[in-house]
Design a protein. Structure first.
Length: 440
């Protein structure tokens, strides 16, 4: 069966099978993860690592398995001593399915940023190269999955916070349709943009977790969904003009692989997407600042500099501007719905760049410079704005750093998105081991 240490880097479905067949003990597995987390402390993946409660949960799981029973996570200073009295719905559903929820992963403060350089809990590091950013806001979750510190992880996604770290670290990240996974008990950032979803090692793992979190069966359906003849649109236009050549080549290679597998691939343009960045920015700034209005006035120095600045700028957004952004949002959503009359899934990069250096502020293009944080969410935020399901799948690398390809589908069509993502995964070049790039 292999040692527990070896299985810590295995797909979730394989780990679950080993547990179900009694070839692996839950206690052994939790202990193995705890040892790996302690040995990887330099990655700053966890705020709260596994403790005695996790081991107790593992012991209870072991007793359930012996009886033949089995089941199919805000990085802030302000809330540092806050312990919720109840589980969020997503956590409760994971526990009900037999999961052991054993730690809090590091994230950008209040999930309002894409670097996971948390001023209170440490600067998280990319598992392929500790000089580089893991992305965010759910950076700790992506690190933990890729470095073999957990079997799967939860993330939140308001502008790309699941797909950005999945792309930069080299794992699978799913942002489902808006509302598909309940957010009860989760701390919000932008009420009309927030999503929750899984980060996992494989598309199958992401599908299993999505079914648990959503209470549906899209993941199961995706494993038997027919893909031959599906219409794939590869995004063209101004929004994808600023993309590193290596990233463009991998998207083209993924499209070619899908064509070989019998899918119909063609280029598509959505001119309205050029307005998504501004529309998303106005919407998020206004909603986040409204949420934090009392705290930012009373305790501004309790926030890190970058988050404090964003919240203060958001308070300057006029009501008329917010209303105009929502009108523009409806226009963009309508344009995308028209595109999906002619295609089944849309293909584009998850991020236009591979992992930047920690602290790097700008990306240089032939046409000028772009802020790193703006670049990282440029191709993910449109699908928070519209609520479309989007999946990031690792496909190739640039100088040893993973590249993510993004598959976007129609509303509530996660099964087809996962099915196409699985084909891409099957055709993907082998990624370098995370350990091979550590500390370079």
């Amino acid at each position: 069966m292999g040692s527990p240490e070896a299985l810590t880097s295995a797909p979730l479905v394989k780990i679950a099978s080993s547990l179900h067949r009694r070839r692996l003990s839950p206690v052994e597995l939790v202990d193995a993860y705890s040892r790996r987390i302690a040995a990887s402390a330099d990655l700053q993946a966890f705020i709260t690592p596994p403790g005695e409660r996790a081991r107790q949960e593992a012991q209870r799981a072991e007793r359930r398995l012996s009886r033949g029973e089995s089941g199919a996570l805000v990085g802030s200073r302000i809330l540092r001593n806050w312990v919720p009295s109840n589980d969020a719905t997503v956590v409760a559903r994971l526990r009900a399915a037999g999961a052991i929820v054993f730690g809090k992963t590091n994230l950008h403060e209040f999930a309002y940023g894409v670097s996971t350089a948390n001023p209170w809990w440490g600067v998280a590091r990319n598992p392929h190269d500790s000089r580089r950013s893991p992305g965010g806001s759910s950076g700790g979750s992506a690190i933990a999955v890729v470095a073999g510190l957990c079997a799967g992880a939860l993330g939140s996604d308001t502008g790309g916070s699941i797909r950005v770290p999945a792309s930069l670290c080299g794992c699978v990240g799913l942002k489902p349709t808006f509302g598909a996974i309940p957010l009860n008990g989760a701390f919000p950032l932008g009420w009309s943009l927030d999503h929750a979803g899984p980060l996992a090692r494989t598309v199958d793992d992401a599908g299993v977790l999505f079914d648990v979190l959503s209470g549906g069966d899209a993941g199961r359906k995706s494993r038997r969904a027919a893909t031959r003849g599906l219409r794939v649109g590869v995004l063209q236009g101004s929004i994808v003009e600023r993309v590193q050549p290596a990233v463009s080549r991998q998207v083209d290679a993924a499209a070619a692989a899908l064509r070989r597998r019998g899918l119909r691939v063609r280029l598509v343009a959505i001119p309205e997407m050029q307005w998504t960045v501004a529309t998303q920015l106005v919407t998020l700034r206004a909603e986040a600042s409204a949420l934090h209005a009392r705290w930012i006035r009373a305790r501004p120095r309790a926030y890190g500099t970058d988050v404090r600045t964003r919240l203060q700028l958001g308070s300057l957004v006029a009501g008329a501007d917010y209303v105009l952004a929502q009108r523009m949002r409806t226009w963009i959503r309508t344009a995308m719905s028209h595109v999906f009359h002619d295609i089944d899934v849309l293909l584009l990069p998850s991020t236009p760049i591979a992992a930047p250096l920690v602290g790097e502020r700008t990306v240089r293009w032939r046409s000028g410079e772009e802020p790193v944080d703006g670049a990282l969410v440029r191709l993910t935020a449109p699908f928070n704005l519209t609520g479309l399901p989007a999946l990031s799948v690792p496909f190739g690398a640039r100088a040893g750093l993973p590249i993510g390809v993004q598959v976007v589908g129609q509303w509530n069509d996660e099964a087809r998105v996962l099915a196409v993502g699985r084909l891409i995964e099957e055709e993907a070049p082998t990624l370098p081991s995370p350990a091979s790039g550590r500390g370079n």
